[in-house]
Design a protein around this ligand. Sequence first.
Ligand SMILES: NC(=O)c1ccc[n+]([C@@H]2O[C@H](COP(=O)([O-])OP(=O)(O)OC[C@H]3O[C@@H](n4cnc5c(N)ncnc54)[C@H](OP(=O)(O)O)[C@@H]3O)[C@@H](O)[C@H]2O)c1
Length: 305
Amino acid sequence: MKAIVVTDQSTGKAGMKLTELPRPQAAINDVVVQVYASGITGDELSWPSTWVDRAGHDRTPSIPGHELAGVVTDLGYGTTGLSVGQRVFGLTDWYRNGTLAEYVAVEARNLAPLPDDVDFTAGAALVMPGLTAWQGLFDHGHLQEGQTVLVHGAAGIVGSMAVQLAREAGARVIGTGRAAHRQTALGFGAHEFVDLDNDNLENIEKVDLVFDVLGGDIAKRSASLIRSGGRLVTVTGPTDARPANGSTIDFVVEANPAQLNEVVQRLQEGRLRTNIGATSTLDDAVATFNSTNRVTGKTIILVRP
Ligand SMILES: NC(=O)c1ccc[n+]([C@@H]2O[C@H](COP(=O)([O-])OP(=O)(O)OC[C@H]3O[C@@H](n4cnc5c(N)ncnc54)[C@H](OP(=O)(O)O)[C@@H]3O)[C@@H](O)[C@H]2O)c1
């Protein structure tokens, strides 16, 4: 099968190569999925899971990209819950070969059925932002109706999903980003927008939750904007930022079929939009990922166009 592999962490995306590999086999409780659409999460080439297995042993060449929509072709020994020919979407294990390939072996428990009226491109585009936003807002952020949330990078891939889900949950949403992002963030449903280059972040009202995708100094400054007992949730790794009498949580998104069902249902009902910036084929994916053209929104690789 065709697959994209990486072998050397120091080369980053420039080291991606399109190659031929054997088709994966379905292990116990796995399925093999023929990948129709695939996505990669921004930071995953810097995560250890791309390079070593859980015991710390080199696992290169590894196939990156852990977001997928496709069709089940094989069931492993003892696998239940899914059937051959079923349309699915989901997030694959960070420590296994990923989805920038024609086929991937994945635990059935990581996948949800993809409804017939949702195309593979939209399905793949929902996975990482949908799960990350849901887990950040609700599992880790404990966001409640009537609360106020500050969503950084509100026009971006994760941020735009967080804005929509938070607004729908009845929260007041303050989005941030660059000056040029104002209309996009408001279009996704932010009530208010703070341009981080020109506005003073410290002028906003106190918030119950900060959903951070930027880290660094912005995360630190945001901690002081949180009401007593509130939370700072970040997806950018460990931070010293601490709200007074509150908590800071940094997390990596996990597979969760029930949450995929929630977000895809919202998409079907027109209550949620994907944020797709570009599509490409597997043959052109390496060039697309290394292009100097700045893409706003998710890049989806149409593995089987
Ligand atoms: N831990 C996890 O599980 C997890 C999951 C998903 C994503 N992530 C990480 O979360 C981060 C965001 O991911 P994403 O896919 O949402 O990326 P993205 O689409 O690029 O979103 C980031 C947004 O923030 C804006 N931005 C960046 N720096 C800014 C600054 N200094 N001031 C104002 N706006 C700024 C970006 O604008 P420009 O495009 O103009 O720069 C973009 O609109 C990445 O680091 C990604 O790897 C982590």
